[in-house]
Design a protein around this ligand. Structure first.
Ligand code: TXA
Ligand code: MG
Length: 326
C-alpha cells in the first residue's frame, strides 16, 4: 500500500477520507496543532488499526475529537468549569480529560479502559470529518511511536509510509505543538500537558489555580500502570488451565484443561490480533468481579498488535500498588 497525499480542500479527497473512516480504516488528518492519525472512536477495530499503524508497544488512551458540544456531552460529562473552558477555547488546542458519560459510545480501547475520556473540539478538516461522519474520531499524533509529532502531510507520509492509505494535506499546522491537556480537580485545574492554551489563560478563564501534573488520583499522560486490572489473580501465557479458573482464550488452538474452566471469553476465535485488541478491555472488565479470583490467559503472539496486548495483560497481572488507584 502506498500512502497517498491529497489536498484536504478538494471535495473528492475529503469524500475519500470519509469513506475510509466510515469503513473502519485510518486516515492522516490535519488539525490546528499537529496531524492526527484518525479512526472511528466508537469502533474497536478502527482504534486497533491506529495502534497497529503507529507501532505503539502499549495502548495509551487517545483523544476523542468532537465537532460540537452536543457530541462532547454524549461521550463525556462536562461540569460548569468544563463548559466554561469549552465555550472559551473550543474549537481550539485544548483537550479536557473528563468522566465518561453513561452509555458513552467511545470504545474502551480508545480510553484504554479508563473511566475518563480526553475530549477536544479541533478546528478545520478534522472537525469537518467528525461532523460528516456523525461520530467522534480518535486520533493520536500521526507519527510512528517514539518519533516527533508531524506538522506537515509529508511528515506523516514519511513516518507512516505504507501503514495508512491516505493523508489529507492542509499545509503546515498553525500551532505546530500538541494540544494543552487539562483535568479539572476539586480545587484546581491540573495541567497534564502544556500547549498553546497556557496556564495563565486557564487561570484567567476559570479563576482556579493551575497545578502542573496530576494528583494521586489523576493519571498523567504516559503514566498509566495497572489501570483496569481485574481483582482476581491473573496468570499469563498458560499451557494448562486449572480447574475453576476463568479463561481468556485466543485463537483456534485448544489449551489443556480448558474444559474445566469456570468461564471463558475468546478474544478472537480466528486468532486475529486486531479483533483481540478490540475485545481486550471488555474481557478484563467482565472478569473484574469479586467472585472471580483466578484468571488464566492463553498465549498471545508477541508480534504486531500482540506486543501492546501483552503489555496490557502484563499490567493486569502485576500486583496492584494501591488498591484504591483504579
Ligand atoms: O494536539 C493534539 O492533542 C493531537 C491532535 C491530533 O489532536 N493529538 C495528540 O494525541 O497529541 P496523542 O495521543 O499523541 O496524545 C494524547 C495524550 C496522551 O499522552 C495520552 O496519554 C493522554 O493524552 N490522554 C488521553 N486520554 C487520557 C485520559 N483519559 N487520562 C489521562 N491522559 C489521557
Ligand atoms: Mg503523540
Amino acid at each position: 500500500m502506498e500512502t497517498r497525499i491529497r489536498p484536504a480542500g478538494v471535495k473528492d479527497a475529503f469524500d475519500e477520507a470519509l469513506r475510509l473512516l466510515a469503513s473502519g480504516d485510518v486516515v492522516g488528518v490535519p488539525t490546528e496543532t499537529v496531524y492526527g492519525l484518525a479512526g472511528d472512536a466508537t469502533r474497536g477495530e478502527a482504534v486497533a488499526r491506529i495502534f497497529e499503524a503507529k507501532g505503539r508497544p502499549s495502548f495509551n488512551p487517545l483523544i476523542a475529537h468532537v465537532d460540537d458540544l452536543a457530541m462532547a456531552r454524549r461521550i463525556a460529562v462536562l461540569d460548569d468549569v468544563a463548559e466554561g473552558l469549552a465555550e472559551r477555547f473550543w474549537p481550539g488546542p485544548l483537550t479536557m480529560v473528563l468522566p465518561l458519560a453513561e452509555h458513552s459510545p467511545v470504545h474502551p480501547l480508545a480510553t484504554a479502559g479508563l473511566p475518563t475520556v480526553a475530549v477536544r473540539m479541533p478546528s478545520g478538516t478534522m472537525r469537518s470529518l467528525v461532523q460528516a461522519l456523525g461520530r467522534p474520531l480518535a486520533a493520536p499524533s500521526a507519527n510512528r511511536s517514539g518519533r516527533v509529532s508531524p506538522t506537515t502531510a509529508l511528515h506523516v507520509k514519511t513516518s507512516l509510509e505504507g501503514r495508512v492509505p491516505l493523508v489529507l494535506d492542509a499545509g503546515p499546522c498553525a500551532v505546530g505543538l500538541e494540544s494543552t491537556i487539562v483535568q479539572i480537580a476539586e480545587d484546581a485545574i491540573r495541567l497534564l500537558r502544556p500547549g498553546a492554551v497556557t496556564a495563565e489563560n486557564l487561570q484567567h478563564v476559570t479563576g482556579f489555580p493551575v497545578r502542573v501534573g496530576g494528583d494521586g488520583n489523576i493519571v498523567a499522560p504516559g503514566q498509566l500502570s495497572s489501570h483496569y486490572a481485574p481483582s482476581g489473580r491473573v496468570r499469563l501465557d498458560v499451557s494448562h488451565v486449572e480447574a475453576g479458573e476463568y479463561l481468556i482464550a485466543f485463537g483456534p488452538r485448544r489449551i489443556a484443561g480448558e474444559e474445566g474452566a469456570a468461564g471463558r471469553i475468546d478474544l478472537s476465535p480466528s486468532g486475529d490480533l486486531r479483533e483481540a485488541a478490540s475485545a481486550l478491555f471488555a474481557a478484563l472488565s467482565q472478569f473484574d468481579d469479586p467472585t472471580i479470583t483466578r484468571i488464566a490467559v492463553a498465549p498471545i503472539p508477541h508480534e504486531g498488535l500482540g506486543v501492546a496486548i501483552n503489555d496490557r495483560l502484563a499490567r493486569a497481572a502485576a500486583p496492584r500498588a494501591r488498591e484504591d488507584n483504579r
